[in-house]
Design a protein around this ligand. Structure first.
Ligand code: SF4
Length: 246
């Protein structure tokens, strides 16, 4: 995905009593929410997430299908080398840096973790090309930890809806961990990502068809295109923060 700058506008903080029904509405709309990256084990998930920085999941899946047939393990990836890997991922943005990171992290997995992806935040974040967000995705999706990986969609929703306002992705993550009901944490980030991707979109949220609208703090809500007022503006919350998706 491309770099995202939040548009100017402001939502009030969502009342605490609205948090559960808001999230429940999302869960009802996206009952099978899960990552759209195609993977078969923690290693292929880790590599896919590293490759997905500033790229769509569709473009990553297109490249990793053939890649993981050729190199399904860290050892096979290292044998493939940066040049060989590059041949599979050239269609993905920033592929040269990502190829370097994938080969380097694969070597480290072999040298320090027996060729396995570690179930440990610090060890994950010590891998080349792996930051907090990638570690959160791997911990949640591969290891079942109730983590929240704040990407551009979740950052926007946290601020726009008043669910978890924050000036940085980490602030939004901390606010979500504090405010979301514990029993919803495991799947929350997938519900929020899909909602942000398909309904509460970056440029203009589609409030008129949003199942969570009664509990969202943004005012005014957007109306269907045919009913739009000429003065309608993009919605969001001014933070002055620019973040990159991964
Ligand atoms: S689409 Fe509109 S009503 Fe729904 S969560 Fe986004 S801002 Fe709120």
């Amino acid at each position: 995905m491309t770099e995202t700058t939040l548009p100017a506008a402001k939502a009030a903080r969502m009342p605490a009593k609205n948090v559960r029904p808001f999230m429940h509405a999302l869960s009802a709309h996206w009952p099978d929410a899960k990552t759209e990256l195609v993977y078969k084990d923690p290693y292929s998930l880790l590599v896919s997430v590293v490759l997905s920085a500033q790229a769509t999941d569709v473009s990553v899946n297109r490249a990793t299908g053939p890649l993981f047939l050729a190199a399904p393990t860290p050892a096979a990836m290292v044998a493939l080398g940066e040049g060989g890997l590059g041949g599979y991922i050239k269609s993905i943005g920033l592929w040269q840096g990502k190829a370097r990171a994938v080969i380097a992290l694969s070597k480290l997995l072999i040298e320090q973790h027996g060729g396995e992806v570690p179930h440990d935040r610090d060890a994950l974040e010590a891998l080349p090309g792996v930051g907090r967000k990638t570690a959160n995705v791997v911990l949640n999706v591969a290891f079942g930890e109730p983590t929240i990986a704040v990407d551009t969609h979740i950052f926007r929703l946290g601020n726009r809806t008043g669910l978890a306002p924050g000036k940085t992705p980490r602030a939004v993550e901390d606010a979500l961990l504090k405010r979301l009901p514990k029993d919803m944490l495991m799947h929350a980030h997938h519900w929020l990502i899909l909602h942000g991707r398909y309904i509460c979109k970056a440029r203009t949220p589609e409030c008129w068809r949003c199942q969570a609208a009664p509990w969202c703090a943004l005012q005014p809500k957007t109306t269907p295109p045919s009913e739009k007022r000429p003065s309608a503006k993009p919605h969001g919350r001014a933070t002055g923060v620019t973040i990159e998706d991964a």
